[in-house]
Write a protein that binds this ligand. Structure first.
Ligand SMILES: Cc1ncc(COP(=O)(O)O)c(C=O)c1O
Length: 488
């Protein structure tokens, strides 16, 4: 046995012991984990085959470390969607209002409220402060349309990071143009002076930028967790500093929701938006959500002449109208108090059913994200140790041979409090394609961000410590192939 295979065997034994001791291990069986054969197949499996093979032994499963991009499907999603389809098939329009005995599903007219109840503990908000609606980019636009009020002679700029997710960048640019402003003079993009290559913005750097631009900046849009580097930002400290300088702050929580504990209300966050297809496992493109702090969503409509002065400006639709008068069909907008008053359309019940099915699994894992985070810290710490060795000891615990170890670096902060589940690996130039091809051959699913980054995220709801060993073993092999192919 080579010293490396001995190290892998030893790591596997440690991983198996950690998995045996894991009090949350049971949630893995709530998910359809694709098998190696399914991942390699180019044919649509019928659901019966998929189900049978999803119950196979662990060795047949692929290694899926991609919850940062698309979470796996909970088994109960299919059950709940079938129940929804059956309601629609047998009740037609009555499904909106008619409760059915023994149905776990709410009537459709109440589905948004029920979903808000389920999501509130995950983001640390009251039920009234969250709405399950639309999709992430649409919600960012809706929030900016309500809260971005530029004053061209004073505070008119929007600040974001220079390497923001492109959709956020486009949303900001077009909001500015929508207000007749020029992004070249009204948009501030933050680059880290201490880390220009990776753009790991320190809290001090963000605070300094806020102070510097306070006189002309109205709004700050930042990610809770940065999609490329996996960096977790200090949401409460940054929010407090922005408030001290009268900036409104919107957080993009795409990579933070369901991944790290959030306390949006207590942290005094103004507003936030997220998607549900990553750590929330609701399915591709599924319905998103938003948070509006209760101080920004009050409704007072006792002035009959000017009712619109009784609530914050927003783009409105009938689903944001008070439920009591929604079906009266009067053309006077009377928003529901709270975030629900920002809704536009009646939501897709198919989407809400899928999201709620997944949130049931979060409920089984203790509600919020507290115990999941505790496992996540251990999983990602273990993954890091396998990749680069234990901090403070000479590569101790690492299972990547030296020659391959020289071909990548982890760009995610080493401090566990500054990251979520994800680690981002920056490969030496030109290796990404081969490495991804070789990982796929070994039934390992992670995702790539060109030109050189692999993102790896063990999700505590369904990943195991053994998955981490399998990934790092496969990565070492993939890097060895790339090294030989590219002669590096
Ligand atoms: C950080 C971030 N912001 C915005 C988006 C865009 O999301 P959507 O397509 O749901 O609007 C994504 C998508 O992955 C993302 O990761």
């Amino acid at each position: 046995m080579s010293s490396n295979s001995a190290a892998i065997a030893d790591a596997r034994e440690r991983a198996q012991a950690l998995d045996r001791d894991d009090s949350l291990a049971f949630t893995r069986s709530e998910f359809n984990i694709p098998t190696k054969a399914q991942i390699a197949s180019t044919r649509l499996s019928d659901s019966a085959t998929a189900k049978a093979s999803s119950d196979d032994g662990a060795t047949d499963k692929c290694v899926y470390l991609c919850g940062n991009s698309l979470g796996l499907q909970p088994k109960r999603t299919q059950t709940r969607i079938n129940q929804y389809l059956s309601t629609w098939a047998t009740q037609g329009v009555q499904g909106h209002f008619k409760p059915l005995d023994e149905s776990p599903l709410p009537t459709w007219v109440d589905a948004d409220e029920r979903a808000a109840q389920l999501i509130a503990p995950i983001v640390g908000a009251s039920e009234a402060e969250v709405a399950v609606m639309q999709t992430l980019t649409a919600n960012l636009h809706l929030l900016m349309s309500a809260f971005y009020r530029p004053d061209i002679n004073g505070k008119h700029k929007i600040m974001l990071e220079s390497k923001a997710f492109p959709s956020d960048h486009f949303a900001v640019e077009t909001q500015l143009r929508h207000h007749g402003l020029d992004p070249s003079t009204s948009m501030i993009t933050l680059t880290s002076p201490s880390s220009p290559e990776d753009n790991i913005l320190t809290t001090a750097e963000i605070l300094a930028a806020i102070t510097e631009h306070a006189a002309t900046t109205a709004l700050l849009l930042l990610p809770g967790i940065q999609y490329y580097t996996g960096q977790l930002l200090d949401i409460p400290t940054i929010t407090a500093h922005a408030h001290a300088h009268s900036l409104f702050v919107i957080w993009d929580l795409a990579h933070a929701v369901g991944n790290v504990p959030l306390r949006l209300h207590d942290w005094d966050v103004d507003a936030a938006a997220w998607c549900s297809y990553k750590y929330l496992n609701a399915g591709p493109g599924c319905i998103g959500g938003l948070f509006v702090h209760d101080r920004h969503s009050r409704v007072v409509v006792d002035d009959d002449d000017k009712p619109e002065q009784g609530y914050v400006n927003r783009l409105a639709g009938w689903w944001g109208n008070d439920k009591g008068t929604r079906f009266v069909m009067a053309n006077r907008f009377h928003p529901v108090k709270g975030a629900a008053g920002f809704q536009l359309s009646n939501p897709s019940i198919l989407d809400i059913t899928s999201l709620s099915a997944s949130l049931e699994v979060f409920g089984m894992a203790g509600g919020g994200v507290g115990s999941l985070r505790e496992k996540s810290l251990r999983l990602t710490g273990f993954l890091e140790e396998l990749l680069v060795g234990k901090k403070g000891s000479e590569g101790g615990g690492g299972i990547v041979p030296e020659e391959e170890r020289a071909l990548f670096r982890v760009i995610t902060p080493a401090d566990p409090q500054q990251r979520g589940a994800q680690l981002s690996l920056m490969l030496k130039g030109g290796l990404l394609e081969t490495v991804m091809r070789e990982l796929e051959k070994r039934a390992v699913i992670v995702d790539e961000r060109k030109p050189d980054v692999i993102r790896v995220a063990p999700a505590p709801l369904y990943n195991t410590f053994e998955d981490c060993v399998a990934f790092v073993g496969a990565l070492a092999e993939a890097l060895a192939v790339a090294r030989r192919e590219k002669a590096v």
